[in-house]
Every structure is written in structure tokens, then in C-alpha cells.
Design a protein around this ligand. Structure first.
Ligand code: FAD
Length: 311
């Protein structure tokens, strides 16, 4: 068995494994796709100390950093089931889709999250070419331009408020008949003079000129009429879904959004099981945060391992 098994190989998982390996613990990483969301990211400009990098490059750097240590990196391995230890100090078991299973004294869950897609024509084609998901990351790329935010929940309205300060104009498009964000956010949004809100509106297409987004089409759900909006960017804000479906029946505490509930030490409700990054209840989902959380989970796993003898 491992002393530490990390499930997930994004920034959080890589950081966790490096920390526990440096403590001398036998460490494994099992990941469906090492690098995680970094593979979907183009420019990264907010990783402190790194003025500019690109997702796939950072993923390769994580892999070579992990490779500096005796970490057993098992890529293309999808976890399907967690059988937690029956008592503190006991072994946790993770079962994988290929039928294999691994046992470990401590477990760090870092399976990340995925942005919910609209699923309309143009969205996939223009991803990173005007279609964006992270306002903190990509907002400044649209400085002085017209953009839309799809989704009028808290994250959509927060994104619109954030972006309205940077871009020329924001169109918010909400499917429902009214915005669903907290009233205080809606009031703030209404106070901004370069924001327009369309409710009861279904985005049906994101259009482009072959290389970049140039507009979107939405349908007025009351009249059935289609309208076109000219713009340079579309931020899709209809939900970030944690990759935790496989943990549902494990006894692990999950929030109503499916995020793994952690405390300030990155500990879950199960002794010896820690979690880090976008799959958890940690506020704000960013690379620098995922890396920090991964190292925190690793140090907590270290603390657990030195206090609990194997049983
Ligand atoms: P992830 O990166 O999601 O990694 C999760 C890992 O778990 C992957 O290896 C995955 O394959 C694996 N996994 C999932 N399910 C299973 C399973 N069942 N079994 C085994 N393995 C599994 N953040 C920034 O700070 N700056 C940016 O500029 C930026 N731009 C972004 C642009 C885009 C388009 C996207 C999508 C995100 C962006 N982010 C950015 C957010 C950032 O990528 C995430 O916050 C960060 O990757 C989270 O790291 P993580 O390790 O928690 O999860």
C-alpha cells in the first residue's frame, strides 16, 4: 500500500504529491488526465512569479517536477469508488474503472472540476478564441471590448460586475425569467451603466469569423424571436461542476453542490482522507489556490501519518 495516494493530477494533486514525497512518504498519483484543466487553458497571467505561461506548458512542468521525486505517477486511471478505512490508521481503498484497486494509509482527493458547457454551436470551436469561462483569468484580454456573460446566478452576476470595470460593455443573458443572483449583487449590477440584462433568453449560437468570436444569437423565449448581439467575447457562467460523482456513496461529506467539505486543514469528515483544489468547498477556484491547497492537504496528511500507527 501507499502511505499517500493522490487521486487527481492537476495543480492541486501535483503540489500535494511533491510535498509528501519530499517528506519521504511513498506517494502515488492516480489521474484520469495528468495536468487537468490546464490542458484547456491557453494564456495564464496570474500565477504569482510567472508573468506568462500556457496551460499545456505548465502541465508539462508539473509532470517534470513530479518526476524529480519517487512518485508513482499512474496516468489514464479513472477512480470509480472509494472504500474508506474502517478505523483511523486503517487502509483506504480506491477502485478504478479498469478494475484495478489501490490501497493507501492516507488519501488526498484532488479531482478538480469542470465548467458546465452551454452545448451550442460555436462554443467548442471558439473556446479560448473569445469563449471563456474564468473572468479572473481572461477578463483583461477583453479590455475595451464588448462581451456577454451567459448566466444570471451569483457567479454570472459577479462576473458581469467584475468585467464591467474592465471591458467596454457587458450583456448578461439569463435563461430564466429573472436573475437568480443575490439581491445585493443585482442592485450593484443595475447601478453600472455599461451593463444590459436580457432575461428569458436562450443562447442558441456563438458566432465567429473563423478565427475569433464576433457575436452570439439568443432566442427571446416569450416571443420566439431570435436576436443577434455583436461582441468579442462570451463568458459562460452556468456552473462549475466538481468531479465528485464517484464519491457519492462513500460516506464522504459533500456540499449541496457536490463539493468535498473540508476544514481549514484540508481535512474531510473521514480520518486520513484530505482534499484540495477545485473539487472542494474552498472558495475561489484558481491555479495558485489549488497549488496552495494541495500543499496544505499534504502537510495535514503528514501530520495524520505521524500520529496514527498503521492498524
Ligand atoms: P483540475 O485541474 O481540474 O485537475 C483535476 C485532476 O483530477 C485531473 O488530473 C483529472 O483528470 C483528475 N480526475 C478527475 N476525476 C477523476 C477520477 N474520477 N479519477 C481520477 N482522476 C480524476 N486558473 C488560474 O489561476 N488562472 C488561469 O488563467 C486559469 N484559466 C483557466 C482557463 C480555463 C479554460 C479553465 C477551464 C480553467 C482556468 N483556470 C485558471 C482554473 C484552473 O485551471 C483550476 O482552478 C485548476 O486547474 C484547479 O486545479 P485542480 O488540481 O483542483 O483540478
Amino acid at each position: 500500500p501507499f502511505e499517500v495516494l493522490v487521486v487527481g493530477g492537476g495543480p492541486a494533486g501535483a503540489s500535494a504529491a511533491i510535498y509528501t514525497a519530499r517528506k519521504g512518504f511513498s506517494t502515488g498519483i492516480a489521474a484520469e488526465r495528468f495536468g487537468g484543466q490546464l490542458h484547456d487553458t491557453l494564456g495564464i497571467e496570474n500565477l504569482t512569479g510567472t508573468t506568462y505561461t500556457e496551460g499545456p506548458k505548465l502541465a508539462a512542468q508539473l509532470e517534470s517536477h513530479v518526476g524529480e521525486y519517487e512518485i508513482d505517477l499512474m496516468d489514464r486511471l479513472q477512480a470509480e469508488k472509494l472504500i474508506p478505512a474502517s478505523q483511523p490508521g486503517g487502509l483506504h481503498e480506491v477502485v478504478f474503472a479498469n478494475g484495478a484497486s489501490l490501497k493507501t494509509r492516507s488519501l488526498i482527493l484532488a479531482t478538480g472540476a469542470r465548467w458546465r458547457n452551454l452545448g451550442v454551436p460555436g462554443e467548442a470551436e471558439y473556446r479560448n478564441k473569445g469563449v471563456a469561462y474564468c473572468p479572473h483569468c481572461d477578463g483583461p484580454l477583453f479590455k475595451g471590448k464588448r462581451i456577454a456573460v451567459i448566466g444570471g446566478g451569483n457567479s454570472g452576476v459577479e462576473a458581469a460586475i467584475d468585467l464591467a470595470k474592465i471591458v467596454d460593455h457587458v450583456t448578461v443573458i439569463e435563461f430564466d425569467t429573472k436573475l437568480r443572483a443575490d439581491e445585493v449583487l443585482q442592485a450593484k449590477l443595475r447601478s453600472m451603466d455599461n451593463v444590459e440584462v436580457f432575461t428569458n433568453a436562450q443562447t442558441t449560437e456563438i458566432t465567429g469569423d473563423g478565427s475569433r468570436v464576433n457575436g452570439l444569437v439568443y432566442k427571446d423565449r416569450a416571443s420566439g424571436e431570435e436576436h443577434r448581439v455583436e461582441l468579442a467575447g462570451v463568458f459562460v457562467q452556468i456552473g462549475l461542476v466538481p468531479n465528485t460523482e464517484w464519491l457519492k456513496d462513500s460516506g464522504l461529506g459533500l456540499s449541496k453542490f457536490g463539493e468535498i467539505e473540508i476544514d481549514g486543514d484540508a481535512a474531510t469528515n473521514l480520518p486520513g482522507v484530505f482534499a484540495a483544489g477545485d473539487c472542494t468547498t474552498v472558495p475561489y477556484k484558481q491555479i495558485v489556490i489549488a497549488m496552495g491547497e494541495g500543499s496544505k492537504a499534504a502537510l495535514s496528511a503528514f501530520d495524520y501519518l505521524i500520529r496514527n500507527e498503521p492498524v
